[in-house]
Design a protein around this ligand. Structure first.
Ligand code: GP9
Ligand code: MN
Length: 420
């Protein structure tokens, strides 16, 4: 019956957004959007080296003429790539377990493609996998994505596939003709695939040597990340040649981690640390996030942020009034950002603290501040004991509001065109 909705609406209004405080509102009005979802790319490879070589030379250079968010976290759970898509399109959290794309693919949403559709945009997703993977065919139709170029749209041969399917370079090359044929302005998402576990790559495609550790997974990861970096570089060139570059804003985002905590020993070896602590584990959930706007300079932004923030950010850049929307993000360019980034397991990052697994750390130093009441140790200093608790409670409230909307399909009871 939507009984909880007024409370949630109040919360969202009081706690989020603010297009007025954003001086980039409308800078990309009527521009195309090309969103590149970088499979399993984590931030630790950016501006980092292996065997003395840059791992991602193109993505490193791209920082110079993009807005680059260096403390941007993925917020996905079991729905992996589909969870990241859900976050980006809706500014809501995916579910604590299962994949919302499967379990609630037919809910009412107010997703970015629907909003942009009303503004005259054509939307499309490009991804060389079966359309039903993650129930995408159902969800995409529901949220107003006009075209889905799935595996059927691509020529996949023994030569141009590896691991999960079509190699990223071939994927981008074969996509260009479809992109060019789209009516403008368009809102598109390209989902890469080569840098997917188990990170297999043909010898001749590898342009950096493997890492040497007890983890075959991490050893190979650097090679497929490098391959994706090159594929994106080629894609930028092709976009320029095809005349699709100048009128488009290009967003690049890592979808989720690629290297799980199972590989922490090897990860510690790579990062030259004694061990990967719970604090490090949270920091490893950072994924690269770029917003490239033609004619706008570059800037590295250090504010804490997450995938939940993408929707209001994009709508504001495109100059679309979204003040009546219900989402849990804040514009990445707003001076007045939310005080926390919630990870889906209840861990959070705030300006000052990182909380995870009942432990509260200083965000800057990684020092353990306390272990809270439900933890194993008793801390002498009660006050220090509690610094994370008030934020932890807000995080719980926010996650459960988002879940309630999804479980109750509450947007059935909300008129986005006439918000109260
Ligand atoms: C599959 C691709 C990768 O279509 O999105 O899936 P993932 O396992 O990362 O969710
Ligand atoms: Mn993925």
């Amino acid at each position: 019956d939507g009984n909880q909705l007024p409370e949630i609406v109040e919360y969202v209004k009081g706690d989020t957004v603010n297009q007025d405080e954003n001086n980039l509102f409308g800078v990309a009005e009527d521009k195309n959007v090309i969103f590149i979802s970088l499979e399993s790319v984590q931030s630790f490879v950016i501006n980092n080296t292996l065997h003395g070589e840059e791992i991602t030379p193109f993505l490193n250079d791209l920082i110079d003429d993009s807005y680059y968010f260096e403390n941007f976290y993925h917020q996905t759970e079991q729905g992996k790539t589909s969870d990241s898509e859900f976050l980006v399109e809706n500014g809501m959290y995916p579910l604590p377990s299962g994949a919302v794309y499967f379990t609630h693919g037919q809910n009412k949403y107010n997703a970015t493609p629907e909003i942009l559709g009303e503004e005259g945009y054509t939307s499309a997703v490009f991804h060389a996998n079966n359309e039903s993977f993650w129930n995408r065919d159902v969800m995409y139709e529901n949220i107003g994505i006009d075209h889905f170029y799935d595996v059927e749209s691509y020529q996949v041969t023994d030569e141009n596939k590896v691991g999960w399917g079509l190699k990223d370079k071939d994927f981008f090359e074969q996509s260009i003709k479809y992109l060019q044929a789209l009516e403008e302005p368009y809102y598109t998402r390209f989902i890469t695939l080569t840098n997917h576990y188990p990170f297999d790559l043909a010898e001749e495609d590898a342009t950096i040597a493997k890492f040497d550790s007890n983890s075959k997974t991490l050893n190979q990861y650097f090679q497929t990340v490098r391959y994706t970096d090159e594929a994106v570089e080629n894609f930028f060139e092709q976009l320029k040649i095809a005349g699709e570059y100048e009128d488009s804003i290009i967003v690049l985002m890592g979808d989720h981690y690629g290297i799980s905590d199972f590989h922490n020993k090897a990860m510690a070896q790579y990062l030259e640390k004694d061990e990967i602590t719970a604090y490090d584990q949270v920091q490893l959930q950072r994924v690269p996030m770029y917003i490239h706007i033609p004619g706008e300079g570059g800037k590295v932004i250090s504010n804490i942020a997450g995938q939940i923030d993408v929707k209001p950010t994009l709508l504001n850049l495109l100059g679309i009034d979204n003040s009546g929307d219900i989402n849990f993000g804040t514009d990445l360019f707003s001076a007045d950002k939310k005080e926390f980034v919630a990870l889906r397991d209840g861990s959070f990052v705030s300006d000052d603290y990182i909380y995870t697994k009942d432990q509260c750390f200083d965000r800057e130093t990684g020092e353990l501040i306390s272990i809270d009441s439900s933890g194993l140790l008793n801390n002498e200093e009660d006050e220090a004991n509690n610094v994370c608790t008030p934020i932890k409670e807000k995080v719980q409230t926010e996650l459960s509001y988002s879940d309630e909307i999804i479980y109750g399909d509450l947007f059935r009871f909300y008129d986005f065109n006439n918000p109260e």
